[in-house]
Design a protein around this ligand. Structure first.
Ligand SMILES: [Zn+2]
Length: 902
C-alpha cells in the first residue's frame, strides 16, 4: 500500500502528522497509512500524539464514565499505535496505553526532568520588604523615576504547582513541581481534571510545536466542603484544608480516586515555548509580556485566574493587597497572598534569577489569620522530662484551615505576660500549618462579666503523681515534676517516645496504647453519676436530646487498676496475658441517626458530640463477636466497640507531628464514629437509648499482636536507637549515632568518660554531661535507671551497632541544610551527612562548606550569600552524598532562554 494524497497533504508526512485532529474523520485516515514508510522520528511523533489521545479516551471512558470519542475512532487509533509499536519496537514500553487492560490504571510517579526549571517565588511578609523589592527592580533596570513600570498583580492561590507539557497542541505530560528540576509524572490524574484541555483549542496557526504551561491545582471551597461531607458520611477523617485535600487527590496512584475529587486549575506562568518551523515570526500571536501569555491561554481554553490585574505603580499594588486582604472570603479558593510580576518578558530576562527564584517576581504573604474565641480553661500537661506546660483549652474555632481547640502556653510566665484570664475572649492566630498561638485577651469583652473571669494558678503539685513541682534550677522559667522515676504522665510520654520512629520504631504502640499500659485510670470519673458500665453510644434522632442518665441502683465505680508497665524495664517482658484485663476509660459518644430513603433504607450514624458519660473498654482485646442471627443491637454494639478498639491501638505516635504535641485534641480522640448500614425495611423509630454490651472478653486485637511482635523485633535495634529510647535529656538521634559509633555496646557506654564524650563531634558538653550523669545514676544500688539497663540487657538489647558501610566521602565538610527538601526530612538529610563522615551544622558561618537550600529557606540562604558560602539545590545535594562532589556549581542551570514564571 502506498500513501495517497489527501487534501493535497501526503499521508504520513510531517505536515500530515502535526495537522491530525482528534476527530473521527482523521482517525479513519489512519487506516490508509503505511507505518513502515515512516522515519523513526516521524513514527515517534505520531505515536506520542496518538498515545495521548488514546490515554485521554481511556480515562474518559473508564475513569470519568463519559466517553469523548466514538468506539470506531478509538479502535482506529489503537490499531495504529499497535502497528507503530510492532514496526518500531522502541515505542513499545510498559507505560504505553496499548498495554492498559480494561479500567486498570496506576500512576507510576516516575521522576521527569522539567524542560525548563520550575522556580518557586521568594516570599515577603511586610509592605516594607515588598517596597524594597519593587525599588530594587526599578534600580536594576535603570528605570526612569517617573516612568510607569507595568507589572501583573495576581491573587496567590494556596494550591499545588503543576507543569503541563503540550506538544503540537496535545497534552503529553503533567508534572508536579518536585524540586523544581525534576517533578513526578502524574499525567493520568491530570487527565481527569476537567478544566485542563487534552487538546489546545483556537486557531491552528496559534498552536506551537511545544509549550510548558505552569499553574496551580486547587480545590474550591465549595468542592472542599462537599468532599468533607462525603468523607464524614463514609466514616473517613475530614481533610484539614483545601490545600491538603488537593494534594491528597493529586497524588493518588489510582486516577479513579482523583476523578471523583473536584479539582480546579488556573495557569499563571509559561516555561519553554517553541513555535517550530511551521510558525515563522509574525504568523502567530506574539508573547512578549506576561498578560499576552494569559490571553493566548484563554484562546487555547486554558483557565486563567479572573483576578489578575495590570498595575503601573506601587500604590496600585498596595491597592490590590488591601482589596483582597478585605475580600479574601469572597474568592472561591484559598489564597495566601498577592504575586507581583514584571510584565515585559524581555525585562524579566534582563532581571534573571537567583539560584532558587526569579528576581522579576515576588509573593507578598498576608499576615497570619486571627480569630476570637473563648478561653474555657487552662490545664497543665506533664511532658516527657517532667516539664509542666500550661495548655489553653479553647472553645473550638476554625482558623486558617483547621479547627483549634487547645494550644500550648509554654510556661507560667507566658500566661502572666499575656495577661489572660480564664473566661476571657482571646485572640488566636495561625499562619499556614504553623502551631496556633494564643495572642492575648480582648480587653473590651471583659466589661460587665468580671465575675466570670479567674486567674490561672499554677498547681503546686503534679496533676499526675502529686509530687511537689519546682524549677530544676534556680531562675529556670520552667517548672518540673521531679518524680522522673514513677510519675505516670512522664512514663507515658517516655513510652510514646521510645516507640517513636526516632527510637525503637515500634508500630502500634502509640499514645492510646501507651496510656493503657502505664496509666489505665487516666480519665477515671470522680463520681458514679457519670459512670455507665453498659453503655457504648447514645443514639438520637436529629434534633433530639439524649435522655438524662441515672446510674442503675447499686452501681459502684470499678476498682482501680494497677498499670501493666511501671517502668520501661518491663517493656520486653510484656506478655499477651498481661494485657487481657486492661481497660481504658472512654467517653460515650452521642450519635445522630438519619435515615435516607431510597431503593433500600440507609441509616447513617454520625458522631455529634461527647456525652460526658464514661465507660471502660478492653484496651488490647477485641470484644466478642456475635453471630448474625443475634439481635442487631448487640452486633452494632460490638462494631462500635471495634472502632474504639482500633483507635486505641492504631494511633501511630511515630507519625505525630510537632504541631500535634500541643494540639492533642487532633490525635487522641478516636476518629468520628460513623456507621452506615443498609436494611431492607423501614427501621422502627427508636427512642434515644444506649446499647447493652454482653459480658466477657474476646480475642487479642490484631494490632495488639502486631505491637508485641514489633516490641520483640526492637531487641535487635541499633545501639543509637536504644540510647534515644532511654529518654536521656538533650540526647537526640543525631548525637546518639555519633556516640554509638564510638562506644559500640551499652556496656562500653556505661563507663564512658564525660570529657571524652564532650569531645565527640556533634555531642558537646551539655549532652555529654547529661549522658554521663544518666549512666552514673544507673550505677547506684537499686536505681531505677539501672533496673532498666539490666532488664533491657537481659532481653538482648543494646548489642547491635550499626555498621559503617558508607564511604566517608564528606569527611572534613560542614554542611547546613535549610528549607524543605522534597526527598529528605530534616533528620534524614542530617543523617546522610553524618553517615558519610560530614558534619551537619545548624548555623551558617565562614567554616560552612555548603548550604543546601530547600523550599522556603529563610534567613540562612541570605547569610550564605553574604558569606559567599556555596549553596546547593536538592539535586546537587543528592549528587554530593553519592559522590562527595556536588557537580557544577554555576548558577546558570539549564534555564533556557524562554520566558518563565513561577
Ligand atoms: Zn508527676
Amino acid at each position: 500500500m502506498t500513501n495517497v494524497q489527501a487534501d493535497h497533504i501526503t499521508i504520513g508526512s510531517d505536515e500530515w502528522i502535526s495537522g491530525l485532529k482528534p476527530d473521527d474523520a482523521d482517525a479513519m485516515k489512519l487506516g490508509q497509512l503505511d507505518v513502515s514508510s515512516l522515519s523513526a522520528s516521524q513514527a515517534q511523533r505520531l505515536w506520542a500524539r496518538l498515545a495521548s489521545w488514546v490515554e485521554s479516551d481511556q480515562i474518559a471512558y473508564y475513569v470519568n464514565n463519559s466517553p469523548v470519542s466514538s468506539d470506531a475512532a478509538y479502535d482506529a487509533r489503537m490499531r495504529c499505535l499497535q502497528a507503530l509499536e510492532a514496526d518500531f519496537p522502541s515505542l513499545d514500553t510498559p507505560q504505553s496505553p496499548t498495554h492498559r487492560v480494561g479500567g486498570s490504571f496506576s500512576n507510576e510517579f516516575t521522576s521527569v526532568r522539567h524542560p525548563t526549571r520550575m522556580m518557586s517565588l521568594d516570599d515577603v511578609f511586610s509592605i516594607d520588604e515588598l517596597r524594597e523589592w519593587y525599588q530594587g527592580v526599578r534600580e536594576d533596570l535603570n528605570w526612569p523615576e517617573n516612568k510607569p513600570l507595568a507589572m501583573t498583580s495576581e491573587v496567590k492561590i494556596d494550591g499545588l504547582a503543576l507543569n503541563l507539557l503540550y506538544r503540537n497542541g496535545v497534552l503529553v505530560q503533567g508534572l508536579t513541581r518536585g524540586d523544581g528540576v525534576t517533578g513526578e509524572d502524574i499525567t493520568l490524574n491530570v487527565r481527569t481534571i476537567s478544566s485542563i484541555p487534552q487538546n489546545l483549542g483556537g486557531s491552528p496557526a496559534d498552536i506551537p510545536e511545544f509549550v510548558e504551561i505552569r499553574g496551580e491545582v486547587f480545590m474550591r471551597f465549595e468542592d472542599f466542603d462537599e468532599l468533607n461531607r462525603q468523607q464524614e458520611a463514609n466514616g473517613k477523617p475530614p481533610f484539614a484544608n483545601p490545600r491538603n485535600a488537593a494534594a491528597g487527590s493529586l497524588r493518588q496512584k489510582d486516577p479513579h480516586v482523583t476523578a471523583q475529587r473536584s479539582l480546579s486549575f488556573y495557569a499563571h506562568g509559561i516555561g519553554r515555548l517553541t513555535w517550530g518551523p511551521k510558525h515563522p515570526e509574525g504568523s502567530h500571536d506574539e508573547v512578549v509580556d506576561q498578560s499576552q501569555a494569559y490571553e493566548l491561554y484563554t484562546k487555547w481554553g486554558i483557565p486563567v485566574s479572573p483576578y489578575n490585574r495590570i498595575v503601573n505603580s506601587f500604590d496600585e499594588i498596595l491597592e490590590m493587597i488591601d482589596h483582597y486582604g478585605k475580600h479574601r472570603s469572597e474568592i472561591e479558593h484559598a489564597l495566601d497572598g498577592i504575586v507581583v510580576k514584571v510584565e515585559d518578558i524581555a525585562l524579566q530576562r534582563r532581571l534573571g534569577s537567583t539560584s532558587r527564584a526569579p528576581r522579576w517576581a515576588i509573593a507578598y504573604k498576608y499576615p497570619p489569620e486571627e480569630v476570637n474565641t473563648e478561653l474555657l480553661n487552662i490545664t497543665v500537661q506533664v511532658g516527657r522530662t517532667g516539664r509542666i506546660t500550661p495548655v489553653a483549652i479553647l472553645k473550638p474555632v476554625y482558623v486558617a484551615g483547621s479547627t483549634v481547640s487547645r494550644t500550648t502556653l509554654h510556661n507560667p510566665s507566658e500566661v502572666k505576660r499575656k495577661g489572660i484570664l480564664i473566661g476571657d475572649t482571646v485572640v488566636v492566630r495561625k499562619a499556614g500549618d504553623v502551631i496556633p498561638e494564643l495572642v492575648g485577651p480582648v480587653l473590651e469583652k471583659r466589661k460587665g462579666r468580671e465575675d466570670q473571669l479567674r486567674e490561672f494558678v499554677m498547681p503546686q503539685n503534679c496533676p499526675s503523681c502529686g509530687a511537689k513541682l519546682a524549677p530544676a534550677k534556680e531562675n529556670d522559667k520552667d517548672i518540673r515534676c521531679p518524680n522522673v522515676e514513677s510519675c505516670p504522665a512522664q512514663l507515658t510520654e517516655r513510652i510514646i517516645h521510645l516507640a517513636s520512629r526516632k527510637a525503637f520504631d515500634i508500630e502500634h504502640l502509640g499514645e492510646q496504647a501507651a496510656i493503657a499500659l502505664t496509666n489505665p485510670e487516666e480519665n477515671r470519673p470522680e463520681s458514679v453519676d457519670v459512670y455507665t458500665p453498659n453503655m457504648r453510644a447514645i443514639i438520637v434522632k436529629a434534633g433530639q436530646e439524649p435522655v438524662p442518665y441515672t446510674p442503675p441502683e447499686g452501681t459502684e465505680l470499678p476498682p482501680i487498676q494497677e498499670p501493666v508497665l511501671k517502668s520501661e524495664a518491663g517493656l520486653f517482658s510484656l506478655k499477651i496475658e498481661d494485657l487481657k484485663e486492661v481497660t481504658a476509660w472512654r467517653q460515650v459518644p452521642i450519635l445522630e441517626e438519619t435515615t435516607i430513603e431510597g431503593e433500600k433504607w440507609r441509616t447513617i450514624r454520625r458522631k455529634i458530640g461527647d456525652s460526658g458519660l464514661w465507660y471502660q473498654a478492653p484496651a488490647f482485646y477485641n470484644l466478642p463477636k456475635f453471630d448474625a442471627s443475634e439481635a442487631s443491637e448487640a452486633s452494632e454494639a460490638s462494631e462500635a466497640a471495634e472502632i474504639e478498639q482500633e483507635s486505641a491501638t492504631t494511633d501511630d505516635s511515630a507519625g505525630v507531628q510537632a504541631s500535634q504535641e500541643t494540639n492533642k485534641s487532633t490525635d487522641t480522640q478516636p476518629a468520628e464514629t460513623t456507621q452506615e448500614q443498609e436494611t431492607a425495611q423501614e427501621p422502627a423509630i427508636q427512642e434515644p437509648v444506649g446499647y447493652l454490651l454482653r459480658e466477657g472478653q474476646g480475642e487479642p486485637g490484631r494490632n495488639t499482636l502486631l505491637m508485641l511482635e514489633e516490641i520483640d523485633k526492637a531487641r535487635s535495634a541499633d545501639l543509637w536507637r536504644v540510647l534515644v529510647a532511654l529518654s536521656i535529656r538533650h540526647l537526640g538521634p543525631t548525637s546518639a549515632r555519633v556516640i554509638a559509633r564510638r562506644y559500640t555496646s551499652l556496656e562500653a557506654l556505661e563507663h564512658a568518660d564525660e570529657e571524652e564524650l564532650a569531645e565527640l563531634d556533634g555531642v558537646g558538653p551539655e549532652i555529654a554531661h547529661s549522658v554521663a550523669s544518666w549512666f552514673e545514676g544507673a550505677r547506684q544500688e537499686g536505681d531505677w535507671r539501672g533496673q532498666i539497663l539490666q532488664a533491657w540487657k537481659a532481653a538482648g538489647v543494646g548489642n547491635h551497632t550499626e555498621q559503617i558501610t558508607k564511604p566517608q566521602i564528606l569527611e572534613g565538610m560542614t554542611i547546613v541544610v535549610t528549607g524543605t527538601l522534597e526527598h529528605f526530612s530534616r533528620d534524614s538529610a542530617k543523617e546522610s551527612i553524618i553517615e558519610r563522615g560530614g558534619k551537619a551544622s545548624g548555623s551558617v558561618s565562614k567554616k560552612t562548606t555548603y548550604v543546601v537550600l530547600g523550599a522556603n529557606p529563610g534567613s540562612k540562604a541570605a547569610k550564605a550569600e553574604s558569606l559567599n558560602v556555596p549553596t546547593l539545590n536538592e539535586e546537587q545535594f543528592k549528587q554530593l552524598i553519592e559522590t562527595g562532589n556536588p557537580g557544577e556549581l554555576s548558577q546558570s542551570e539549564e534555564e533556557g532562554t524562554e520566558p518563565k514564571a513561577q
